[in-house]
Design a protein. Structure first.
Length: 309
């Protein structure tokens, strides 16, 4: 399913959850793996001067320093990399989101595995991009420009859960979600998974008083029929369920994922513009930060921001 996987490590001395998951997937898929670390700076302009991972002091990037960092990454991830026959470790200075996207293009990655890093820039004393709530500026910037699916891993995942036997596809019937459905279906067929298709009916608070329980039930029944019509006819050879809930989307998706022991959530990523700034959808932000299982986001190609922006 995936042939080239790119993951980025935010630390040098610890094998974080995204790195471990990406390494396991590479072995599981027989895919090539690129494990990347971006050296960061406290200076917006002089990005060749970076924070030394050992001392926290500013040091100039040299070939020797890069080799030291590569050695540390290889050592910390040694256990996870056992069995990975095709992997490389890349270290370079710059803005993380930009270098990640450049590396994704260079390696022709068809999956990126990242972790939410909200607040990490201030903690490390480095400058990235604008400060945002949610997943962190790096992950948001990558999702908005990614040419391939982005998996967000917010915590350690047991290896048995990476067999993806229960996959949840969350939909709002947008064009973005059609791409996400295609990936969900392909994954479910590959892993012989049960595919859960979920739509959350969101009734604005101001209008809730105007809805009777009977009206809400009629709305849910109508959406269930639409789910069956849009998606069920495309499903062959796998077990699946179609469900419709009413409430706040991210909260209901998380509750559903927990109660159904979901191993992987797949959603469309709604990139939007507000006050001349671009944002990733709030559902993706909350799911990426709070989900106990990996989340894959798929962005509609025509919604992507250009790399130069």
């Amino acid at each position: 399913m995936f042939k080239k996987i790119l993951t980025t490590s935010d630390s040098v001395d610890v094998c974080d959850a995204p790195s471990a998951v990406a390494a396991h997937l590479a072995k599981q898929e027989g895919a090539g793996l690129c494990l990347m670390h971006v050296l960061e700076s406290s200076d917006l302009i002089r990005r060749q001067w970076v924070k030394d991972f050992r001392t926290g002091e500013d040091v100039a990037v040299t070939a020797e320093y890069i080799d030291v960092v590569k050695g540390m990454i290889k050592k910390k991830c040694a256990e996870s990399l056992i069995g990975c026959k095709d992997y490389v470790i890349e270290v370079r200075p710059g803005f993380p989101w930009l270098e990640i996207l450049r590396m994704a293009r260079a390696t022709r990655a068809d999956l990126m595995v990242l972790g939410p890093h909200r607040g990490k820039a201030e903690e490390k004393g480095v400058v990235r991009m604008r400060t945002v709530e949610g997943l962190g500026s790096t992950v948001e910037a990558v999702i908005m420009r990614a040419h391939c699916p982005v998996m967000i891993v917010s915590r350690d995942v047991p290896k048995e859960k990476l067999a993806f036997k229960r996959i949840l596809f969350g939909t709002d019937f947008s064009e973005t979600c059609q791409y996400a459905f295609e990936l969900s279906l392909k994954a479910a067929q590959k892993y012989n998974s049960r595919l859960h298709i979920l739509h959350v009916l969101r009734i604005p608070r101001g209008e809730r008083v105007a809805y009777t329980p009977a009206q809400i039930e009629r709305e849910i029944a109508g959406v269930k029929e639409k789910v069956q019509k849009v998606y069920a006819k495309q499903i062959k050879g796998i077990d699946y369920a179609c469900d419709v809930l009413e409430g706040e989307p991210s909260a209901e998706i998380l509750k559903y994922a927990t109660s159904n022991q979901i191993d992987l959530i797949v959603v469309g990523s709604h990139v939007r513009e507000q006050a001349e700034r671009w944002y990733v959808g709030s559902v993706v932000e909350k799911l990426g930060s709070e989900s106990y299982c990996p989340l894959i986001t798929v962005t509609r190609p025509e919604a992507l921001l250009k790399l130069e922006e």
